[in-house]
Design a protein around this ligand. Structure first.
Ligand code: SF4
Length: 267
């Protein structure tokens, strides 16, 4: 550890709403904050556009960090096993390691955008020189506050929020089935690319992004998946007339799948 250097203040942006709101919230409180984004090279164009918008509006630079090798290299290294909630090698190799290399041995405080109304753990580095802090949790900032912060800043929500509520790779296995169907509608080329990763291996092994259902099968059920989602959304709208469309979609998707999203990629 280099004790002569000043402590670094770092704030990771995932391309999602909470980390974006935290960057806005902290900008004047910590003027020497370093903003970074760990780019897997498999992100949505909407995410890159959102980061550009943040840089322009906030007048800050967002350093893009990348692993030295790309996803396909690591997939081969992991013997073709697609990552999953139980085996999240993608997060380790493509998000955590690049961040830890970026910080090196410097002492750093990492600002993490977990909200006060969430029950999940954020990235807490195993490196003793990186200390995580949670300003939203400490200050009681909840989802409504995040929406307000984004709105008042003029930055707003990332564009993909019209059809998907979690940031991250286009093929992220944390996507709900409705989001896969919408990926197909919005980015058919990316959906086709995700499908290619599911092809059978020569030794007969077959991996899917979703437990128990391949993308071909999801696509075949497209109409049913959309219909079920819309029925739930209509019920949600009737029960909570004050909610915005984004909040309705997010609420319905969370009800469909309550798996806690990745606290590094989906912030
Ligand atoms: S967004 Fe999903 S697929 Fe991409 S690195 Fe994070 S957990 Fe892995």
């Amino acid at each position: 550890m280099n004790s002569n250097k000043p402590i670094r203040h770092i704030c990771g942006l995932s391309g999602g709403k909470d980390s974006a709101a935290l960057a806005i919230y902290m900008r004047d409180k910590v003027p020497d904050m370093e903003y970074f984004f760990c780019d897997t090279g498999k992100e949505l164009q909407e995410t890159y556009d959102f980061l550009d918008r943040m840089e322009a509006r906030l007048g800050v630079k967002v350093t893009r960090l990348s692993a030295q090798k790309g996803f396909d290299h690591f997939l081969e290294m992991y013997n073709g096993f697609l990552p999953s909630p139980q085996a999240r090698w993608c997060t380790i190799m493509m998000k955590i390691k690049p961040l830890e290399e970026y910080v090196g041995d410097d002492e750093a405080i990492s600002y993490v955008g977990i909200r006060a109304d969430e029950d999940r753990l954020g990235y807490v580095s195993t490196k003793p020189n990186i200390k995580a802090v949670f300003p939203f949790r400490e200050d009681g900032i909840v989802k409504e506050d995040v929406m307000r912060i984004l709105d008042e800043s003029g930055i707003g929500m990332p564009e993909y929020y019209k059809w998907r509520s979690r940031s991250g790779c286009f093929f992220c296995f944390y996507q709900r089935k409705f989001e896969w169907v919408k990926l197909h509608e919005n980015h058919p080329d990316l959906f086709a690319e995700a499908m290619k990763y599911e092809t059978e291996h020569s030794d007969g092994r077959k991996f899917t992004w979703n437990q128990g259902e391949s993308l071909t099968e999801i696509l075949a059920r497209k109409e049913q998946i959309i219909k079920e989602h819309e029925e739930r959304a209509a019920r949600e709208r009737a029960n909570r007339p004050n909610k915005t469309l984004v909040e309705i979609m997010e609420g319905v998707l969370d009800d469909e799948d309550d798996t806690a999203p990745c606290a590094i990629c989906h912030l």
